[in-house]
Each structure stands twice: as structure tokens, then as C-alpha cells.
Design a protein around this ligand. Structure first.
Ligand code: RP5
Length: 167
């Protein structure tokens, strides 16, 4: 049993989001990582409301043992870009759908990074969150044969679940 003073084992994926309200969307990334047996840590980190938490997280992400960061935010969605500016880890941005502009604001805020600091941007909403989880797994699978097998099996099962004709 681990001593209380010991740090918990590092997990490879951080899933961060700007608000509790983003969890409904971002839980889709966590679900697919659960299905693939990929460890992850989910946190609320707001670029606007908790800027010090953002800096601590981003600057400490490498030392925390993370390999990939999934960052979801809505509206003026600075979170993925700000995190990417402070870490060399790959950042996968998920535009969360917003009430005012249905996520178009989030998408443009995340995708339009100036050259030099990349954010890999997924689709708006639940599809983007799910694909961010899958993409994180794909990245990790380049260096993890067991995960590559699980990912291949997941994709095969998905193919097999698609009927040939509509019912
Ligand atoms: C962003 O503002 C969050 O990422 C969230 O998508 C949006 C709305 O946040 P709440 O007002 O619901 O906390 O920072």
C-alpha cells in the first residue's frame, strides 16, 4: 500500500475544462479513455477565472507525467491555447458548444492559433470530446503495443456494430 506522503502514480492524459458546465461534454473523452484502459485525470482549469491554476497546471504538466493534454472550453475559449503556450506536450482542443453562438465562437477561438504554438482542434461538442479521447489514445499507442491492440479492437468493434442496411 502506498504511503500517504507518496505521489499518486502519474497518468498519461490530462482532461481539463474551463467550467463544471463543460463536464457534460468533456466526460465523453473520459469515457472513451476508460473503455481503452488509458489513465486520465480530469480537472477544472479556467483561463479567465483561475489564471494561477492554469499557469501551475501548464508549467507543471511535463513533471506531472502527462503525455497528452485534452482541453475543452466554450465561448472565448483561451484555455487550450494558453496551456499550449506553456508546455511542449500535445494539446487537443475541444470547442464546447456555447449558448450564444452554438460553439462557433469556441471553435474559432481554439482553431485559429497563430503559427508557432499549435493546438490540434477537434469538432464542436460531444463528437469532439470523444475524438479527442481517441486521438490521445492514438498518440500514446505509437509507443504502447498493448494500447495499440486495444485501440484496433475498439475500431473493429465499431465497424462490426454498423449494420449493412437501415432498420
Ligand atoms: C468557459 O465559459 C467555459 O469553458 C464554459 O464553456 C463557458 C461557460 O462557463 P460557465 O459560465 O457555465 O461556468 O470559460
Amino acid at each position: 500500500m502506498a504511503e500517504p506522503s507518496q505521489k499518486p502514480d502519474p497518468v498519461p492524459v490530462a482532461i481539463i475544462m474551463g467550467s463544471q458546465s463543460d463536464w457534460e461534454t468533456m466526460s465523453g473523452a473520459a469515457s472513451v479513455l476508460d473503455a481503452l484502459g488509458v489513465g486520465h485525470d480530469c480537472r477544472i482549469v479556467s483561463a479567465h477565472r483561475t489564471p494561477d491554476r492554469l499557469i501551475d497546471f501548464a508549467k507543471g504538466a511535463v513533471d506531472s507525467g502527462f503525455k497528452v493534454i485534452i482541453a475543452g472550453a466554450g465561448g472565448a475559449a483561451h484555455l487550450p491555447g494558453m496551456v499550449a503556450s506553456m508546455t511542449r506536450l500535445p494539446v487537443l482542443g475541444v470547442p464546447v458548444s456555447s449558448k450564444a453562438l452554438s460553439g462557433l465562437d469556441s471553435l474559432l477561438s481554439i482553431v485559429q492559433m497563430p503559427g508557432g504554438i499549435p493546438v490540434a482542434t477537434l469538432a464542436i461538442g460531444p463528437a469532439g470530446a470523444k475524438n479527442a479521447g481517441l486521438l490521445a489514445a492514438s498518440i500514446l499507442a505509437t509507443n504502447d503495443a498493448a494500447l495499440a491492440e486495444r485501440l484496433d479492437a475498439w475500431r473493429t468493434a465499431q465497424s462490426e456494430s454498423v449494420g449493412e442496411r437501415p432498420v
